[in-house]
Design a protein around this ligand. Structure first.
Ligand SMILES: [Zn+2]
Length: 115
């Protein structure tokens, strides 16, 4: 496994981005959002070493941030799903009440719905 030019890598287990946690002269240890770890030889390129050092200085803060973002996304998705389900139910209810009952005046119907 190789480091990318920004000092991160792809997890071989889950293909999430991995971020450097620690670096020694010989090796870099990276962690993904699923807490898989991998150790790779430390880069020789000074620029890449600096990137890795930056990640290490942030102590995996990016991983935590990403994990929170994913959790937030999942919540938002669930919420959208619930809203969709809710509006489907409303449509079904509206049709079953509204259309077959000819006696019901449109005025009544509006007031019943509280519009
Ligand atoms: Zn992983």
């Amino acid at each position: 496994m190789d480091l990318r030019s920004d000092g991160t890598a792809d997890c071989e287990s889950c293909h999430m981005p991995m971020f450097p946690l620690t670096m020694t002269d010989q090796e870099v240890t990276l962690e993904c959002a699923n807490r898989h770890h991998v150790t790779v030889p430390a880069p020789q390129d000074p620029k890449l070493r600096r990137f890795v050092a930056n990640w290490v200085a942030r102590k995996g803060a990016q991983v935590e941030e990403q994990r929170r973002r994913w959790e937030a996304d999942e919540d938002a998705e669930l919420e959208r799903y619930e809203i969709e389900r809710q509006s489907e139910r409303d449509d079904a209810l509206g049709n079953s009440l509204g259309e077959p009952v000819e006696l019901r005046s449109s005025k009544m119907e509006r007031s019943e719905r509280g519009v």
